[in-house]
Design a binder for this molecule. Sequence first.
Ligand code: NDP
Length: 336
Amino acid sequence: MNEKPRILVWHVQGDAYRDALRERLPDAPIEAINAARHENGGAVLSGPDSGPAVGDDASATADAMSSAEVLLAWKLPPGALAPMSALRWVQVTGAGVDHFLESSELPAAVTVTRSLGRFGIQVSEYVVGYLLHHLIGIGAYRDQQRRHDWTRGERPLLADRTVGIVGLGSLGLPTARALVALGARVLGVRRSGLALDGIDEVFSAANWRDMLPACNALVIAAPKTADTVGMIDREALAALPAGAVLINVSRGDLVDEDALLAALESGHLGAAVLDVFATEPLPEDHPLWDQPRALITPHIAAPSEVEVIADEFAENYRRYVAGRELINVVDPERGY
Ligand code: NDP
């Protein structure tokens, strides 16, 4: 029997992914590089029979890289792809692939697929949770409790609000549907502008700014591409109604952070819930940390789960071996 295409896992959780893949693909040759240790200067290669990491072995690492036809990875250090001369397909362990497409080292013949994990559910819960937190005033009432203060404020309803979602893909669409289920009016933006069931109105890349004046909350869930970088600029923020909430779960580069800070400082924005930033980790001295209207999370809205991603990858690998079409193929021209 011919040997199956060789898989290289390159990830900070390299061993965990390798073990999860071996359970699902017992016949496949799988090796793993634990990325964090590699980035610290010493690659740890775990061979197919080695169980735990076998130790720093430069020649085995070089061999695994040059023979890999299939790569499962999140981020690679510069130069990592150069020795991978047999590479034909990369599956990224996350949904965003901007960093892979931006890498000029990726040969055009290499197919890139992405993973969808449970990101749609995770982001839906994050967005609904933070919107309700803001509307119900959970933080404010907690502060009142500390002061033994019984002041009764307004009780706004999500069901009376309009939420705009920029990007109606694997993250944005389930989020939209969750908000609709809670009674919110949901507007959305897709590049194509094509209508989607259950979404009140869908705007396109050409007319999306027309949506903004109606949005009590704006959720950013579009990929980072040449067209979307900086799209949430001063004018876009100014077009939102006073007191609106901005939630960014996509990439920090979509939002002009200086304009965002100004809109928070002036009080025009009621709150910004930010999971992603132009620079991550958010630098310790960044003014957003201390902005009272900013709610910051460290890029945890939708983390990749090893077992879920391993299932997805194994399905795609079986398709690859059978010569069938892969799922979740990225269009490099489109950029997502
Ligand atoms: P998808 O590719 O499934 O969907 C992208 C959506 O954005 C589509 O509706 C697309 O339009 C729309 N879009 C693309 N370009 C534009 C544009 N120029 N103007 C308006 N809309 C546009 O992406 P996902 O939902 O899977 O992921 C979105 C991003 O979220 C990822 O790229 C990643 O950066 C980020 N992410 C963040 C995570 C986190 O933990 N914070 C976790 C996972 C992903 P159309 O429908 O017409 O194609």
